[in-house]
Design a protein around this ligand. Structure first.
Ligand code: PLP
Length: 451
């Protein structure tokens, strides 16, 4: 057995992948020279594309100075500057930034800050964090308790404190008009009902992805939803936490997705695109009103060793600069609109695409067995896995999950980097059509109706 065959590494499964040689822009090459278009920016991470020379240079410069300064021993210039620029871009009042190394850490931090805030203001009975079904907020036990995705949570349920869930506003499945504010209110009012059912005095926070990511497949909330959610949280003294781990960082066309709705949360978390894969980095951004009582009350009892790592923060700063000087949010909006229109056009002539959704370059499509009823494909077909494999063979990387209970409702995120050009949209669509053709040929005999 060769060294490569007997790997000591393990992740989710035994599936092996080719070894990565290099990556540049939207492309990646394996050691055999095969080229892939990174149609999902990794896991919606590499927002500015791979191996950006200006970011690498900024990191090199920082590396020559210091790569680590423990937060209890030193302040560092990159962390200070990135905190300032992040707060400037965050919704009104979110002035305080707490750095972490990833999304789950950011979510854990937000839950714990919310809890300490409640204690500090004399509301220690508030312990419940409401979230949505489906949702994904991370894999650590605190974040997992907020995650509504049974395949990932079920084995750990007995070890976690159950947290209340309300349905995500999937108007397309319920046959409701997403552009009608009555639809947004209908779903937001489920939050109010749940708060009342739980006992408002026991509810600490509501955690929500303003624009959905992996679990819902880029679900855009119906008109009026986010604004009504804010009103309800205010009415019951419940903190509103935006999980912008995936939708933050620019790919929806705005640096923070909150901007689309003109609603300010009390706490916001961001990661993935924040340092765009150049370093592990995330942040919790919180309102002064939340942080000050906690610091006054003895301090925030929380922190990770790598917090505010100067190299990671230098990468984050350079990524932010790149997004702004190259107008990448604007590009995400315009190229995203083009890509979405191409996916919608494909849906019109493809027998299995039942929905296309998302905003900017956070886009997804869902495969169905019946386009009229949106009945899901038979779960045994494992479309979410098969189509990704066909695309991978075709040199196109996609990201998939199952949106209906986690066991069916195969959806596919098409989220290339924010530097994607219209020509690369053609390339993505060509690869996708070839992959879909292969999948359809294989699946057709097993479909309930002739496709
Ligand atoms: N929150 C959301 C919305 C995510 O999409 C993810 C990861 O996909 C996380 C939290 C967890 O982030 P991480 O995998 O960096 O811990």
């Amino acid at each position: 057995m060769s060294e490569r065959e007997k790997s000591h590494l393990f992740y989710q499964s035994r599936r092996r992948r080719p070894q990565l040689d290099r990556a540049r822009g939207v492309y990646m090459w394996d050691v055999d020279g095969k080229r892939y278009l990174d149609g999902s920016s990794g896991a919606m991470v590499c927002n500015i594309g791979h191996s950006n020379e200006r970011v690498l240079e900024a990191m090199r410069r920082q590396m020559e100075k210091s790569t680590f300064g423990y937060r209890l021993h030193f302040e560092t210039e990159p962390a200070e500057n990135l905190a300032r620029l992040t707060a400037q871009r965050a919704p009104e009042g979110l002035e305080k930034v707490f750095f972490v190394s990833g999304g789950s850490e950011a979510v854990e931090s937000a839950i714990k800050l919310a809890r300490q805030y409640a204690i500090a203001v004399g509301e220690a009975q508030r312990t419940k964090v409401i979230s949505r079904q489906p949702s994904y907020h991370g894999c650590t036990l605190g974040a997992l308790a907020l995650t509504g995705y049974a395949p990932l949570t079920a084995p750990f349920d007995p070890m976690m404190r159950p947290m209340p869930k309300i349905p995500a506003p999937r108007a397309y499945l319920d046959g409701l008009n997403p552009n009608d504010p009555a639809t947004g209110h209908h779903y937001a009012d489920m939050l109010e009902a749940r708060i009342r059912e739980e006992g408002p005095e026991t509810v600490l926070a509501f955690m929500v992805e303003p624009i959905g990511g992996a679990s819902t497949g880029a679900l855009v909330p119906p008109a009026g939803y986010m604004q009504r959610v804010r009103e309800i949280c205010d009415r019951y003294g419940v903190l509103l936490i935006h999980d912008e781990v995936m939708c933050g960082g620019g790919r929806t066309g705005r640096f923070f997705a909150a901007e689309h709705y003109d609603v300010a949360p009390d706490i916001l978390v961001v990661s993935k695109g924040f340092a765009a894969g150049y370093a592990p980095l995330g942040a919790m951004v919180a309102h002064d009103r939340i942080v000050e009582p906690v610091l006054d009350g003895g301090g925030f009892l929380h922190g990770f060793t790598y917090a505010g790592n100067p190299l990671a923060c230098a990468a984050g700063l350079a990524v932010l600069e790149e997004i702004e000087t190259e107008k990448l949010c604007e590009n995400a909006a315009s190229v995203g609109a083009l890509l979405k229109s191409r996916l919608v056009e494909l849906m019109g002539r493809h027998p299995l695409i039942g929905d296309v959704r998302g905003q900017g370059l956070l886009l997804a499509f869902e495969l169905v067995a019946d386009k009229r009823t949106l009945a899901p494909l038979p779960r045994e077909l494992n479309a979410y896995d098969k189509l990704v494999e066909h695309a991978y063979d075709e040199g196109l990387i996609l990201y998939s999950r199952r949106t209906r209970g986690g066991y069916e409702g195969d959806h596919f995120l098409v989220c290339p980097p924010m530097i994607t050009t219209p020509e690369q949209v053609d390339e993505i669509m060509d690869g996708l059509e070839r992959a879909l053709g292969r999948f359809l040929a294989e699946a057709a005999p097993h479909l309930p109706r002739a496709a």
